[in-house]
Design a protein around this ligand. Structure first.
Ligand code: SAH
Length: 211
């Protein structure tokens, strides 16, 4: 690497690690500047492959390599509709929206300050709908209609709420870090119940309700 890291050098590093494989994921990472999503004060760390704090909330913007793994596992197509739970900074929603450029992303966040932060960061991403709410109810909340090709939970949980599987299309799946607080496994759970595992990871816990 020559000089200071920038978005391109960060993405090239993740490609060299073999974690970004497909052109669609690569192009999304190249076209979204992570520096525009980090919390004020952390700009100089934006292009390091590390999770970064999101203010005082105790939440973090995921490491880009982890998002690379997740986006490859998600196998998003251009026309897909994706539900994301945990908008945080909006960075992952922005990446997904660039892959699903003929479809769209609904991204739910239940911390009001982060919702406002993420929504502002996403204002130029016209196919993302940021929503303030509890993602464990799906969106629209408790709707029984199958309506998403993919659902991704950006926080850890022991189980996937049933309503999320209900809101999946028949050939869709949920990607989520499943397990206890200190260690989870990245899994893909299909509507028909089939489970596939993609290795260990650590995410902040998913909250249930507004406790
Ligand atoms: N994807 C984000 C990082 C997500 S961190 C990014 O790229 O920046 C996990 C996020 O999930 C946090 O912002 C947290 O507030 C949110 N969260 C936790 N439980 C939630 C719930 N039940 N519904 C919606 N969001 C939730």
């Amino acid at each position: 690497m020559n000089g200071l890291p920038d978005n391109e050098s960060m993405v090239n590093e993740i490609i060299e690690m073999g974690l970004i494989k497909s052109n669609r994921v690569k192009n999304a990472f190249m076209s979204v500047d992570r520096g525009r999503f980090v919390f004020p004060g952390f700009e100089r760390y934006a292009y390091f492959d590390e999770p970064l704090p999101l203010g005082e909330s105790g939440q973090t913007i995921s490491a880009p390599s982890m998002l690379g793994i997740m986006l490859e596992v998600m196998r998003i197509e251009r026309w897909h509709y994706v539900l994301e739970i945990g908008t945080g900074s909006g960075y992952s929603a922005a990446l997904i929206s660039r892959i699903a450029d003929f479809g769209g992303v609904v991204s739910v966040e239940h911390n009001y300050n982060l919702f406002k932060f993420g929504k502002n960061n996403l204002r130029e991403f016209s196919n993302v709908l940021p929503v303030f709410g509890d993602g464990t109810a799906g969106y629209p909340p408790f709707s029984q209609k199958p309506q998403y090709d993919r659902i991704v939970i950006m926080a850890s949980t022991n189980t996937i709420p049933d309503i999320l599987l209900t809101q999946l299309m028949n050939d869709g799946f949920v990607v989520a870090p499943i397990g206890p607080r200190n260690y989870q496994e990245l899994v893909r759970v299909w509507k028909n119940g089939k489970v596939e595992k993609y290795g260990g990871c650590i995410f902040v816990p998913l909250k249930y309700g507004f406790d």
